[in-house]
Design a protein around this ligand. Structure first.
Ligand code: HEM
Length: 454
């Protein structure tokens, strides 16, 4: 539904075209991260096509701010994302728009209030300690798989007050299967209808049934307890019992799954890559360990310690800059719009990539270098608003951003006081820009015990 325009002069410059109609879809598919990086300097807003769909690439903070903040009502999630994610989590917080989204966001926001984040912190430290118990000096492990198990514990504990570690493997496999299917739907312009029983569809449905059964079980146990509680599950159950438009059981389950999926892989990737970056940058690791020794002296960290651990925060910011788990974002223009003098016909998909934005040498000199100290002296406040945006922004800023930043710092502070991790020499881990950015082929690390002050 492209609006006919009498004003073609204000269309943004077109990228050197690919194939007719297909446009640059194939070039993008081959290497999505390289694609965004290659055209980051092509203009503030440039246009292309992906298999028939008009796409604008946004390369400046102002253009992104227009979409996420100034005119965010005109820019719902696009069909690519909706097709992939609605199959998994229905029409919930992540996929909805307008009033439905606003009501859900208001319903769930109190679960992330800063008064409750202290409880998230102790769940994270407990999960990190449990994880440490099974580490053996010299025994190689895959940081990504291990951090996935750890963050599943954290997500289940913080959102549902549940301990799912006994079902971690089964859940991990089911999550992996649904995410692979979501990725397939994202990448496939014309997928077969969901009722066609292809092997992929059957695997997906079986995995989804496993996830539903786990969430239903958690919900049922809480219902039997009587008191809803003030975590996310408690708020959803209260909303179900409330006036107005209560959630159905299926909607409640979908919202639980949304939060579980959104919080689990992203935080795991951030943790695994932070551990790898520290392993490969001994001077940064030594500085962090000195800070931990001075402030904590070997005791467990708490949320109250975090303001006294500024270098730890810089490490996490730098890690999220280099390896943003949400590596790209997109929306679709519902109605024709103008963005900084550029015409955006209705139906245009607008897209940008944190991978590319975070490698802009104007803001981050030597962008490929891991330099946590670049964040000292308030760099973040001096940057244009969307030059650094690992958690998106505007009204739809990641609802779990505060919790994730806290969990990552507390887990790092807990494990690094006990172990150093050796990483094999060689190139950086290859990353796969799936729905989230994930290390391809894992991140092998070898633990070595450290003593206080080492
Ligand atoms: C390092 C960890 C994380 C990263 C990098 C991350 C990144 C993001 C980004 C970029 C968005 C915006 C997506 C968009 O607008 O298109 C988002 C939204 C969201 N995130 Fe996160 N996230 C993380 C952790 C979490 C956690 C821990 C939770 C929940 C426990 C969570 C739940 C959500 C939800 C529900 C949304 C949708 C919010 C809305 O549309 O109102 N995320 N996240």
């Amino acid at each position: 539904m492209h609006a006919v325009t009498s004003d073609p002069a204000v269309l943004p410059p077109r990228l050197p075209s690919g194939l007719p109609w297909v446009g640059q879809g194939l070039e993008y598919r081959k290497d999505p991260l390289g694609f965004f990086l290659r055209y980051a300097g092509a203009g503030a807003v440039v246009r292309t096509r992906f298999v028939g769909t008009a796409i604008y690439l946004l390369n400046t903070s102002d253009a992104i701010e227009h979409v996420l903040v100034k005119n965010f009502r005109n820019y719902p999630k696009d069909a690519f994302q909706k097709r992939a994610l609605e199959a998994v989590v229905g029409q919930g917080l992540f996929t909805s728009h307008g009033d439905v989204w606003m009501r859900r966001r208001r319903m769930m926001q109190p679960a992330f209030h800063k008064n409750l984040l202290a409880a998230h912190g102790s769940v994270a430290v407990r999960a990190a300690n449990t994880w440490l118990e099974s580490r053996r000096e010299g025994e190689v492990f895959d940081a990504y798989t291990e951090m996935m198990a750890l963050t599943l514990d954290v997500v289940a504990g913080t959102l549902f007050g549940a301990n799912l570690s006994a079902r971690a493997r089964e859940l991990g496999r089911a999550m992996e299967a649904v995410m692979l299917h979501a990725q397939f739907l994202f990448d496939t312009p014309l997928p077969l209808p969901a009722w066609v029983p292809t092997p992929g569809q059957r695997r997906f449905q079986a995995a989804l049934r496993t996830l539903h059964a786990v969430v239903d079980d958690v919900v049922e146990r809480r219902r039997r307890q009587g008191a809803p509680g003030d975590d996310l599950l408690g708020l959803l159950l209260e909303a179900q019992a409330g006036e107005g438009e209560p959630l159905t059981d299926a909607q409640l389950r979908d919202e639980c799954l949304t939060l579980m999926i959104a919080g689990h892989e992203t935080t795991a990737a951030a943790l695994a890559l932070s551990l790898w970056l520290l392993a490969r940058h001994p001077e940064a690791e030594a500085a962090l360990r000195r800070e931990l020794a001075t402030v904590l002296g070997g005791r467990e960290p708490t949320v109250a310690d975090l303001p006294s651990l500024p270098f730890c925060e810089q490490v996490v910011k730098e890690s999220l800059r280099l390896y943003p788990p949400a590596w790209g974002m997109s929306r679709v223009a519902e109605a024709e719009d103008r963005m900084d003098g550029v015409l955006v016909p209705a139906g245009t998909v607008v897209a940008w990539s944190q991978w590319a934005l975070h490698r802009d040498a104007r803001h981050f000199p030597e962008p490929e270098a891991f330099r946590p100290e670049r964040w000292a002296d308030g760099l973040e406040r001096r940057l244009p608003r969307f030059a650094y945006c690992p958690f998106g922004g505007g009204p739809r800023l990641c609802i779990g951003a505060g919790s994730a930043l806290m969990v990552i710092r507390l887990v790092l502070a807990t494990v690094l006081q006990r172990f150093h991790f050796d990483a094999a020499p060689g190139p950086a881990p290859e990353v796969l820009p799936a729905i989230t950015l994930r290390p391809k082929g894992g991140i092998p690390l070898t633990p070595r015990k450290v003593s206080l002050g080492e």
